[in-house]
Design a protein around this ligand. Structure first.
Ligand code: ATP
Ligand code: MG
Length: 398
């Protein structure tokens, strides 16, 4: 039968008791034991955390792999702790190593209390035999393993439930959002069509164009929402792929700035700047487009007219750092941590329209690049979003 190696930490301040236990271990033939010995509770806690003590007995020390103790044999009367507190303190510090308590002949009550406090078993020192010791240790380890497995499965169930709850919340939020966000543009379309249909002869061409524009905007709004939802469902189903291709970041950012400046007209001043020479890299242009279209749209949407938006690119030390900085309404501190969750919108948005999907999409695109996103914001001062992505050279790809 294969021998099992069990590493035990003996916490015992009496030299004679420690010697006795070591002798007993030496005679336990079925198992192969490794024992470390300390005399104080503080040492026991440190040793269990680090587990780098020298071994005291048995051969083949060199070949032994250091690992956590399988079990602690704990005397309750130590120089730095007495009675049940010894066990309580040890369990708080090291909750997952099974403990067998060592007691004297007249300590039965204390031993029972120790069991109630989480000790796996107790051994009366004066009645120790090899058989008792081995059995107590084996049972204690087995029981503790079962308890740990139960704990883990409880934790897994708890996490699954939390995920389920989160999904349910997401679904109901989604339904509420869709009915609200689709209803508004649909109503706009409906009323515009009614007006065009029933008042066509009374409307000037200019008024008619205005209603057609409204219809067009409402349709665009719905299409954008559909795109976002589709994009998100792809990321949820892990179907969104990261497809890097050669890209010059400086050109990419500069072109995007031009597009935004063109549509913002003279209402916003969008300034792009670039530092660092190596802006040629491998990145997924579609995902980048998604990231910075959302960030620049937010910067414009949540800033007053005539304000300046800065878009900076710094390529340095293998990292591309992009900053989108505005002088807008900012985000209250209490909302900042949740902005990357789907549908979450800050409490100060007022009547500004939005679905709360943009930043969660941005976060997913940044993750797909193996990057990092960070947001700094102060209410009524402005917001800076910093995206850091690893730069991949052509050489590293091949
Ligand atoms: P959409 O899905 O259409 O982008 P949205 O802009 O509301 O809607 P996100 O882009 O995800 O959603 O942003 C989430 C929230 O973060 C916004 O509702 C807003 O409260 C806040 N926010 C994001 N960017 C800024 C910014 N630059 N300035 C102020 N608040 C911002
Ligand atoms: Mg947005």
């Amino acid at each position: 039968m294969e021998k099992i190696r069990i590493h035990i930490l003996l916490v015992e301040d009496s030299p004679s008791d420690a010697r006795l236990l070591r002798q007993i271990f030496l005679h336990a033939s079925q198992e192969e034991w490794q024992m470390s010995h300390v005399e104080r509770l503080s040492e026991a806690i440190d040793a269990s955390r680090e587990n780098s003590l020298p071994t005291l007995d048995n051969s083949q020390i060199e070949s032994r792999r250091q690992r956590r103790f399988d079990l602690v044999l704990l005397d309750l009367s130590l120089p730095d702790s007495i009675g049940l507190d010894t066990l309580k303190e040890f369990r708080v510090a090291i909750p997952d190593i099974p403990v067998v308590v060592l007691t004297g002949l007249d300590d039965e009550d204390l031993a029972l209390q120790a069991l109630a406090e989480g000790a796996q078993d107790y051994l009366v020192k004066d009645q120790l035999t090899i058989q008792r010791l081995v059995r107590a240790i084996r049972y204690a380890i087995e029981r503790s393993e079962i308890i740990n497995q139960l704990r883990e499965s409880e934790e897994r169930t708890r996490q699954a439930l939390a995920k389920e709850q989160e999904l349910n919340e997401l679904k109901s939020n989604f339904v509420a959002m869709v009915s609200h966000e689709f209803r508004t543009p649909m109503t706009t379309i409906q009323t515009s069509i009614d007006i065009l249909e029933y008042n066509s002869d009374k409307l000037t061409d200019e008024r008619k164009t205005k209603y057609f524009d409204r219809i067009q905007n409402a349709i665009n709004q719905m299409l954008q929402l559909l795109d976002e939802v589709l994009f998100l469902s792809k990321t949820e189903a892990a179907k969104l792929e990261y497809k890097p291709a050669p890209l010059n970041l400086e050109n990419f950012c500069s072109e995007l700035t031009d597009i935004f400046q063109l549509s913002a007209g003279n209402q916003y001043n969008i300034i792009f700047s670039s530092q660092g020479e190596h802006t040629q890299t491998q990145m997924d242009e579609d995902l980048l487009n998604c990231i910075f279209t959302n960030l620049l749209s937010n910067a414009i949407k949540y800033s007053p007219q005539n304000s300046t938006i800065r878009f900076d690119l710094i390529c340095k030390d293998g990292l591309a750092t992009f900053q989108v900085k505005d002088q807008g309404m900012g985000i209250p501190l209490k909302d900042q941590a949740r902005l990357f969750q789907t549908f979450y919108r800050a409490s100060n948005v007022g009547v500004i329209q939005g679905t709360g999907l943009g930043l969660s999409i941005v976060k997913k695109c940044v993750d797909l690049h193996g990057g990092h996103i960070q947001l700094e914001s102060e209410q009524d001062i402005g917001t800076t979003v910093i995206v850091t992505l690893p730069l991949r050279s052509f050489a590293s790809r091949q």
